[in-house]
Design a protein around this ligand. Structure first.
Ligand SMILES: [Zn+2]
Length: 315
């Protein structure tokens, strides 16, 4: 059977009309919020907690990087990206922590997406690992050399994050701006209390024992704020295992500096650090940094856990 010429000519046009008609429908579908809550996408579970504290029951926050995973090396699946397509607000840390997931969301081209970078406007500490040959090469294409991204582990900088989150939610959802303001004020008061508690606890560690050896370089802001010194880091760049020589050097440093405790982090396999600690005869405890898990489910819990681990390990 041959199709009439008019149908052959009309078919592409009809298809186009149908597609054009379907686009707004698809967009409405993508942005539909059955719960009525403001959908917010972010990178890690730590920021989900902060966003939920500020947004309360007005927001629905979700992280691209799952609980207990390392954001530095995480590659989102198509399902993760699909879920993000509903977002009206995107909240990233910046400084190279979450650029992979951010890029995936940028590629979606979500219209009117309110985007905020939490570390913006805060002077970062230079990342020592950026001097590394690997990263220096990388720095041309990526932003890893901009500075260390783990600002939130200093509670006073976490309070700056809260202001950024409050402003982003208010911009996307002005009708609830007063609620976001109230929630942010309450949360910041709690963070100020947390900070006072932490300063008091860490002050009980003798100054000569305030030395920190951690798995990855996540604690320079925490160390600066609380008067600790980072003397060693196992993982000098994301995804690269340390060499035997680097481990031997670490063991020597642990002995020389008489480090009482080294710190693993739950999102990393700690085997290497545990072997080094055994060789040097020091104990291993854990600190939380980039990820929450079943044991530690909020930023406040994370900081309380860390303070206790520091005091117990170093005092
Ligand atoms: Zn990190």
């Amino acid at each position: 059977m041959r199709l009439p010429v008019w149908l052959l000519r009309a078919a592409p046009f009809a298809l186009l009309v149908t597609l054009v008609a379907l686009v707004p429908l698809a967009l409405r579908g993508a942005n539909a919020q059955p719960s009525g809550r403001l959908p917010v996408v972010t990178s890690t579970t730590v920021f989900v907690d902060m966003i939920e504290r500020v947004g309360g029951d007005r927001v629905e926050a979700f992280s691209m990087v799952p609980s207990g995973a390392d954001p530095h090396t995480f590659q989102p699946t198509p399902q993760d990206v699909q879920r993000a397509s509903r977002a009206r607000v995107a909240i990233w840390n910046g400084l190279g922590l979450d650029e992979t997931v951010e890029e995936a969301v940028v590629e979606l081209g979500i219209p009117k997406l309110v985007t905020v970078t939490l570390s913006a406007g805060i002077e970062p500490i230079a990342d020592e690992a950026a001097d590394d040959e690997d990263l220096a090469e990388n720095a041309e294409g990526h932003g890893h050399a901009e500075g260390n991204p783990h600002l939130w582990l200093d509670p006073t900088l976490a309070m700056r994050y809260v202001e950024q989150i409050r402003d982003a939610l208010a911009e996307a959802d002005p009708a609830n701006a007063a609620t976001y303001q109230l929630n942010a004020d309450r949360y910041q008061a709690e963070l100020a209390e947390l900070d006072a508690f932490a300063l008091g606890e860490i002050a009980t560690i003798p100054p000569e024992r305030r030395k920190l050896v951690t798995f990855h370089n996540a604690f320079p802001y925490l160390a600066r704020h609380f008067g600790l010194e980072v003397v060693g880091v196992v993982l000098t760049s994301p995804g690269r295992e340390p060499s035997a020589g680097e481990i031997a050097e670490l063991v020597t440093r642990l002995r020389e500096q008489q480090i009482p405790t080294v710190y693993k982090e739950p999102q990393f396999n700690a085997r290497i650090l545990e072997l080094a600690a055994r060789d040097a005869g020091v104990q291993v405890k854990s600190l939380y940094s980039d990820a929450l898990d079943q044991q530690v489910q909020s930023y406040v819990d994370l900081m309380r856990h860390n303070v206790t681990a520091l005091v117990e390990g170093l005092r």
